[in-house]
Design a protein around this ligand. Structure first.
Ligand code: NAP
Length: 287
């Protein structure tokens, strides 16, 4: 008997997503009889799409731009971290038909960071560049997974201040601060982990970097969540200045791996997922 389930992604647009390729290759590797499908859902059909998930007994859905925030109101429950982040990127349908919302972006990022750099979050002095949705998800999980010192720096200072207040309220014992981008030059050496979360440097603006890394301390870790290109100009500069670099593709892989595990109840074949996406991007599929 075939116990295969249907999983998928809702987004708009959805054509260029690598999630179907990554999930379907993972099912194949573990000989699971599931299928993962991308669905192009326009904003005014979001509620209908979530209703269809129940009706059609779709086992789980990933949610991407522009639906991550609004979808919170259409699921039956949202877990604590996703509620603080205010965005859901993974919906699981329980056997009873209830829809549970999670956010695997921030945890996926931190898992990738820990796997690739072995950083001790509890001792790290972290600079978070950007204060958008990705920064918020990452900030929440950095604090949840042990970080104690976090400084947020963003083009729009008011947005940095708002995120600072939210993260400080989430973990009162941590030191969460803001710094203007202009002030960073003078004390960049204070930071042991620098995380870039804005689109600066993303194709086609591949020469763009968010800040200069002049004055960075030796042995610092520099991380960029942009993964198109895989090695951004920011990471190239970091490497030239002797930093340890962490690429953005890991965040995408691990958010997918965590969703895979919530969907199937089976440990994700992370290496297969990574290799599949990496091969695809190396073959020029990233433009
Ligand atoms: P968002 O909510 O729109 O936030 C964008 C952030 O970037 C804001 O802090 C914004 O600053 C800043 N920003 C935008 N353009 C800028 C520029 N030219 N110079 C300086 N700052 C700029 O977007 P998001 O969802 O957080 O996504 C941000 C980036 O992360 C995107 O490139 C996305 O592709 C990437 N991402 C990667 C992954 C992954 O799996 N690796 C996952 C999610 C997102 P203001 O507040 O001043 O506007």
């Amino acid at each position: 008997m075939n116990h295969g389930k249907l999983f998928g992604l809702i987004a708009h647009p959805v054509e260029h997503s690598l999630s179907p390729l990554m999930h379907n290759e993972a099912y194949k590797a573990l000989m699971l009889p599931h299928h993962y499908q991308a669905f192009n859902v326009v904003p005014d059909q979001l509620e209908a799409a979530i209703q269809a998930m129940k009706t059609l007994e779709i086992g789980g859905l990933n949610v991407s731009i522009p639906h991550k925030e609004r979808v919170c109101t259409y699921v039956d429950e949202v877990d604590a971290e996703a509620a603080i982040i205010g965005a859901v990127n993974t919906i699981v349908r329980t056997p009873e038909g209830r829809l549970q919302g999670f956010n695997t972006d921030g945890e996926g990022y931190v898992r990738s960071l820990l796997a690739e750099t072995k950083v001790d979050l509890s001792k790290a002095n972290i600079l978070l560049l950007g204060a958008g949705g990705a920064a918020k998800a990452i900030g929440v999980y950095l604090l949840k997974m042990g970080a104690n010192q976090l400084t947020i720096s963003n083009r729009t200072q008011a947005r940095a201040a708002q995120l600072q207040a939210q993260l400080q309220a989430y973990k009162r014992v941590a030191e969460v601060r803001t710094a203007t981008l202009e002030s960073l030059e003078e004390n960049l050496s204070a930071y042991t982990l620098i995380i870039h979360t804005t689109p600066a440097g993303m194709w086609p603006n591949v020469e763009e970097t968010p800040i200069s890394l002049k004055g960075i301390r030796s042995g610092a870790i520099v991380s960029d969540i942009v993964y198109n290109p895989l090695r951004t100009a920011f990471l190239q500069e970091a490497e030239r200045r002797g930093a340890i670099v962490h690429e953005g593709l890991g965040m995408f892989i691990y958010q997918g791996a965590l969703a895979f595990e919530r969907f199937t109840g089976v440990e994700a074949p992370v290496q297969v997922m990574k290799q599949t996406v990496w091969d695809h991007l190396q073959l020029g599929g990233n433009k």
